[in-house]
Design a protein around this ligand. Structure first.
Ligand SMILES: [Zn+2]
Length: 162
């Protein structure tokens, strides 16, 4: 039977007592992934079930923003440029849908400035080395998912559960 939570998971002890796993997805994804890789096939506790669930949900969230090339499909990819400071990825301007034509249009537009393709999902954080880049990428995710700057446990939970 699939695990479907009805509320956020709040840590009672450890590194983040009182914090929710939902908020940690935005503040310390690396920590959750580290714990996730230690999980076995059989999930024994609510903590393990919830962790496996939220990592999966972080990979399949959908933006509500439309691709500016086809104006039909929703965006699912960021284009990172070399020359433009990394902070500008937070603009949905440097995004496209999964369609090859749209993505190629975006790459063509960037020209020699093209640096990197990052899917709009949480695990893309792992492709970035610098801590400051990871933080900016998280802000970019919040932007394209239309989430507020200050996330509560409830808002974050609804985002992952919807
Ligand atoms: Zn498109």
């Amino acid at each position: 039977m699939p695990y479907i939570p009805s509320e956020p998971y709040i840590f009672k002890s450890g590194l983040y007592p009182g914090k929710s796993m939902e908020i940690l997805m935005f503040h310390n994804y690396g920590y959750l992934i580290f714990m996730f890789h230690k999980l076995g096939q059989v999930k024994r506790t609510i903590f393990e079930e919830h962790l496996a669930w939220i990592i999966t949900q972080g990979e399949n969230r959908k933006s509500k923003l439309k691709c500016r090339f086809c104006n039909t499909q929703i965006i699912n990819t960021f284009l990172i440029r070399q020359e433009i400071p990394f902070r500008y990825i937070t603009r949905a301007y440097n995004t496209s849908c999964q369609d090859n034509f749209c993505w190629n249009s975006l790459v063509h537009e960037a020209g020699r400035d093209y640096a990197m393709k990052l899917p709009i999902k949480f695990s893309s954080i792992l492709d970035l080395q610098k801590y400051s880049y990871k933080r900016i990428f998280i802000r970019a995710l919040r932007n394209v998912f239309l989430l507020p700057n200050h996330l509560t446990n409830e808002v974050a939970f609804r985002f992952f559960a919807e």
